[in-house]
Design a protein around this ligand. Structure first.
Ligand SMILES: NC(=O)C1=CN([C@@H]2O[C@H](COP(=O)(O)OP(=O)(O)OC[C@H]3O[C@@H](n4cnc5c(N)ncnc54)[C@H](O)[C@@H]3O)[C@@H](O)[C@H]2O)[C@@H](O)CC1
Ligand SMILES: Nc1ncnc2c1ncn2[C@@H]1O[C@H](COP(=O)(O)OP(=O)(O)O)[C@@H](O)[C@H]1O
Ligand SMILES: [K+]
Length: 514
C-alpha cells in the first residue's frame, strides 16, 4: 500500500487528495450506520499518523453535514506531519469543536454520549502490538457498547499478517482503501473487522503492474482463465481420469466423498480404488463413480508392514489415462501408507495428498519432499493445522501466510493450509488467501470433499496453484449455497450451480492480480 500511495502521488495526485477521498468514504459509511438518532453524535479517535488524518477529514465532513462531532487525539496537533497536519488544519478552520486528549476519562465520557465511534488511531502504520495504556483504551472502546467504524484497519490489527498480539479495537464495520489487506482476511485480525468496505480513492489499478504483488485474494481473477468448459466436440477423456485411493472397509466414506466431488468438479471419469473387502460397500453407494478392487489390496491400507503392497497401485497407474490421483482420506497412518504414497508419486502425473498421507510422514517429511521433487506434474498438499504441524513443526509458530509460503517452498508442492482463512501457496512464492468459506464447512468430511474438488480440477489439466485456489473457492461457494446445517454430503451437488455461474461469465482476458 505504501508503494501504491507513493506511485499515485508521484504520478501527480497530491497525498491530501487521497486522504480527502479516504476520509470522505469514512464519513459516508458512518452516516449509513447512523439511522436512529435525530442529532447523531460521533466520537472520533485520532492517532498520530495518516490514519488519524483520515479521521480529521471525516470529522470535518460530518461536522459540515450537521452532525455532532467530538475528536479525541492521542498526540498533540503540533506533532502532526504532512497530509495529517493539513487535514487537521482544514478541520480546525471548518469550526469542528476543540479536540481533547485521548485519556481513559475523556474516552469514558465520550462513549456515554456517542452513537458511533470512528477508530482512526492506527492503520497500515501499526509497527508493534498495542501495549500498556493503548490496550486499556481499546478495551474500553470494546466494552463501551457503541458501534465502531474502523478506518483502514481496526487499531491493533496488523494489516500485513492479521496478527493482533496486544488485542485490538472490535469494529462493526471497516472501511479500507484500494484493496483489502491480508489483515482483513486472516484471523485473528479478520475477527475484529466486522463488515469490510473496500473503497476506491483515486489509486489506479495500473500501479499494480509496477508493484507486481505475489499475494491475492482468492477469487475468479486468479484462476478463471485456466479453467475451461467442455469443448463442443470433446470427449470425456479430454477432461481426465481421476483416481481416489480409498480406505479399508471400516473407513470408506472419506474416499467416496472425495471421488464424488472430483466427478462433480468436472473430471471426465473417476475411479475409486479400494481393498477388495471395501468393494461391496463402495459399490453399493456409488453410481457414476467407478469402483475397482486393488489386487492384493486387502492389506493395502493402514499400518501393516508389507513392502510389496504398493505394487497394485503401481500396476494400476501404468494406465496413463489415469492422470491424477488423491491419496490420504481414510487411508490409515503408517509405513504401508508411505509405500503407497511413493507408488503414487512415482507413477502419476499429478496428485493431491491429504490427511493420513501427510500424517504418515510426521517423522520423515524430507522423504516426502524428495518424492514430490520427482513427480512429473504438480503435487498439492491439503493439511489442516494439525497435519501441517506434524509435517512442518518449525513453521507452525509463524503467521499463517508465511507458514504456508515457506512450506510450499520447502516441499516443492502447492500447499493448501486449511481453516476459516485458508491460504494457498505455491513453491514459486505466489499465494492467495481465501475469503468465502462459511463456518458451516467445519464439519466432518468437508476436507475430503475439498481434496476431491482439487483432484477433479487437476485431472482436467489445470496448473497446480490455480487448481488448488479454484478448488478452495468452489468449496466455499458450495458451502454458501448449501447454507446453514450443511453436511459434507451436501457439498458436491451444490457445485453444480457454482459451475453454472462460472460458465455464464466466460473469458475475462488478462486478469488483474489484486
Ligand atoms: N497518502 C497516504 O499514505 C494515505 C494514507 N492513508 C491512511 O494512512 C494510514 C497509514 O498512515 P501512517 O503510515 O502514517 O500510519 P498510521 O497512521 O497507521 O500509524 C503510524 C503512527 O502510529 C505509531 N504507532 C504504530 N503502532 C503503534 C502502537 N502499537 N502503539 C502506539 N503507537 C503506534 C507510529 O509510531 C506512527 O506514529 C492508512 O492506514 C490510511 O488510513 C489514507 O489517507 C490514504 C492515503
Ligand atoms: N471456521 C471455518 N470457516 C470456514 N471454513 C472452515 C472453518 N473450519 C474449517 N473449514 C474448512 O472445512 C474443511 C475441513 O477440512 P478438514 O479439517 O480436513 O476436515 P475433515 O477431515 O473432517 O474433512 C477445510 O476445507 C477447512 O478450510
Ligand atoms: K484504525
Amino acid at each position: 500500500m505504501a508503494r501504491a500511495d507513493k506511485l499515485t502521488i508521484a504520478a501527480g495526485t497530491p497525498g491530501i487528495d487521497l486522504m480527502n477521498a479516504a476520509g470522505g468514504a469514512v464519513a459516508d459509511v458512518a452516516q449509513t450506520m447512523l439511522t436512529t438518532s435525530d442529532l447523531p453524535s460521533v466520537l472520533i479517535l485520532c492517532g498520530p499518523g495518516n490514519n488519524g488524518g483520515d479521521g480529521f477529514v471525516a470529522a470535518r465532513l460530518l461536522h459540515e453535514r450537521g452532525l455532532e462531532v467530538k475528536t479525541l487525539l492521542l498526540k498533540k496537533p503540533s506533532s502532526l506531519k504532512g497530509d495529517a497536519a493539513l487535514a487537521y488544519a482544514a478541520m480546525s478552520e471548518a469550526g469542528v469543536p476543540q479536540w481533547l486528549p485521548l485519556t481513559p476519562a475523556s474516552l469514558k465520557k465520550g462513549l456515554t454520549e456517542a452513537d458511533l465511534v470512528i477508530d482512526a488511531l492506527f492503520g497500515a502504520g501499526l509497527d508493534r502490538p498495542l501495549e500498556g495504556g493503548m490496550v486499556k483504551l481499546a478495551g474500553m472502546v470494546n466494552a463501551g457498547g457503541v458501534p465502531v467504524l474502523a478506518v483502514d484497519l481496526p487499531s491493533g490489527v496488523n494489516g500485513a499478517d492479521g496478527s493482533a498480539g496486544g488485542g485490538a479495537v472490535r469494529a462493526e464495520r471497516t472501511v479500507t482503501f484500494f484493496r483489502q489487506k491480508p489483515g482483513h482476511l486472516l484471523f485473528p485480525g479478520r475477527g475484529f473487522c466486522g463488515v469490510v468496505d473496500c473503497v476506491q480513492i483515486g489509486i489506479k489499478a495500473s500501479v499494480l503492474e509496477e508493484i507486481e504483488p505475489d499475494l491475492t485474494l482468492n477469487d475468479e481473477r486468479l484462476w478463471r482463465q485456466d479453467w475451461h468448459s467442455p469443448a463442443a466436440g470433446g470427449h470425456k477423456y479430454d477432461r481426465g481420469h481421476a483416481v481416489v485411493f480409498g480406505g479399508p472397509v471400516h473407513a470408506t466414506g472419506a474416499g467416496r466423498l472425495a471421488a464424488g466431488a472430483a466427478l462433480r468438479a468436472g473430471a471426465g471419469l473417476v475411479t475409486l480404488a479400494c481393498p477388495p473387502s471395501a468393494l461391496m460397500v463402495n459399490a453399493c453407494h456409488l453410481t457414476a463413480v467407478m469402483v475397482r478392487p486393488l489386487r492384493r489390496g486387502e492389506e493395502l491400507s493402514g499400518d501393516v508392514e508389507d513392502e510389496g503392497s504398493a505394487g497394485p497401485i503401481r500396476e494400476m497407474l501404468e494406465d496413463k489415462r489415469l492422470n491424477a490421483a488423491l491419496i490420504g482420506p481414510g487411508f490409515g497412518v503408517g509405513p504401508q501408507t508411505r509405500e503407497c504414497v511413493m507408488a503414487v508419486l512415482g507413477a502419476v502425473e499429478t496428485a493431491v495428498l491429504d490427511a493420513d498421507a501427510l500424517t504418515s510422514y510426521s517423522s520423515s517429511p524430507e522423504a516426502l519432499f524428495f518424492a514430490i521433487a520427482g513427480c512429473r506434474g504438480p503435487v498439492v498438499l491439503t493439511p489442516h493445522a494439525g497435519e501441517f504441524r506434524r509435517l512442518f513443526p518449525d513453521l507452525f509458530s509463524l503467521d499463517k501466510l508465511s507458514a504456508a509460503r515457506q512450506a510450499a517452498q520447502r516441499s516443492g508442492a502447492v500447499v493448501v493450509l486449511k481453516g476459516a482463512d485458508t491460504v494457498i501457496a505455491a513453491p514459486d512464492g505466489r499465494a492467495a488467501i481465501n475469503g468465502n468459506a462459511p463456518a458451516w464447512l467445519a464439519t466432518a468430511g468437508s476436507g475430503d470433499v475439498l481434496g476431491g474438488i482439487i483432484l477433479g480440477l487437476l485431472a482436467q489439466g489445470m496448473p497446480g496453484f490455480e487448481a488448488a485456489a479454484m478448488g478452495v473457492w468452489m468449496h466455499g461457494e458450495a458451502g454458501r449455497q448449501a447454507g446453514p446445517g450443511l453436511t459434507a454430503e451436501d457439498l458436491a451437488p451444490y457445485l453444480k450451480p457454482v459451475i453454472a455461474r462460472l460458465v455464464e461469465k466466460p473469458g475475462q482476458g488478462a486478469h488483474e492480480i489484486r
